[in-house]
Design a protein around this ligand. Sequence first.
Ligand SMILES: Nc1ncnc2c1ncn2[C@@H]1O[C@H](COP(=O)(O)OP(=O)(O)OP(=O)(O)O)[C@@H](O)[C@H]1O
Length: 411
Amino acid sequence: MLQVQQVSKHFDRRRSVDGINFEMERGEIVGFLGPNGAGKTTTMRMITGYLTPTSGQIWLDGLPMHEPSRKARGKIGYLPETPPLYPDMTVMSYLRFVADLRDVPARQQKLRMSEMIDRLGLQGRERQIVRSLSKGYKQRLGLAQAIIHKPDLLVLDEPTSGLDPSQIVEIRQLIRELGEQHTVLLSTHILQEVSTLCSRVLIINEGKLVADGPSQQLDRSLNDKFQVALEVKARPAALHTLLDSWSWAETNYVLAEPDEQQEQLIRVRLQGEDGTDFRERLSLALGEARIPILELRRESMSLEDVFLKLTSESVAEPTSVDVSSSDQLALKQEAAISSATDETLHSVIITEQEAGANSKAKANTNAKSNVDATKETKETVSSASSDLSNTTTTPGSDTTSTKMKDKEDRA
Ligand SMILES: Nc1ncnc2c1ncn2[C@@H]1O[C@H](COP(=O)(O)OP(=O)(O)OP(=O)(O)O)[C@@H](O)[C@H]1O
């Protein structure tokens, strides 16, 4: 339905959007994510025909949006970050005005306006002056103006930004309902919003598209091996011997006190050879060794982890399904390191069986700098969006001592 082909936008020679490509199918709800200044709004404004691309083409149902005709514009509904409302009009007079602008035939206008009132939950507010509406109701009216002409594609720029939690829930529900009849492109900083609303996610960073795929699949493509986080009570020495004897799970890291002979709480992250779930086997093996399990949970990257990873590094090509093994290695190191506290980073030794001795040394250095980069990005992103920072979690943050070993080192 929508084809964005090699689109760039330069402002004063600065590339705000840099050669992006993607397509959207009818009926999709696509989340458009990126840090502040990444180019989301600029891209959306080009798709809606409000900005002309410096280069590239945008096609909507075969009509060129890079040189939009009135007919092409009529196929799009757009809710910018600040809803385009006239504060001195009443709700009804504003809807009539927009219906006129959007070429809704005069004989259909009354019906269409009352449909908008019902659909957007604006009953009882028809005669209210727009200025006096709450932010949530202004957003509803903004959505009404975006769909009054029954567009095929709905483009929503941060539709829940600045709303209180109950208004966010209401607007999300409305978007979900709108998604049943419209194709939706939605930009947001709230990753949970993408998980709950969107079938697919696009991530843009510094004007370039760095990821495109179903949100679930993005997580898997960056994390294709089954991983578990485990907390047990054992003597580290005994646990190491047991872990070494398993061929079906590889130890990513172990967090334990230095005393190898002292029974203690130990945190372990294990990784299977592939995506097979080995939790049952693991619990049986630990039971047999009489090692009590205090916690066992599957570890996967959250959408937030994916977002932070992809926006904290420059990626030339969008990640859709595959990543290189070196990328996976860096990811594991980053994940392991981010589980340790700041105080414990100095004692971290990276474990990677598939990496050679040289790359191990390099990995160690990279891992530490990754921590700084990741922390910095997290700070940037969280200052940019309080919603994002609310969902940040780093397992193992209360650990007092970190020791990471691999089987080779111990041998
Ligand atoms: N009209 C303009 N003139 C000059 N620069 C612009 C203009 N519009 C956008 N930019 C620049 O383009 C870059 C991308 O901006 P854009 O608004 O698209 O980012 P965004 O991802 O929507 O950010 P945010 O999440 O903060 O809204 C920024 O560096 C911005 O300053």
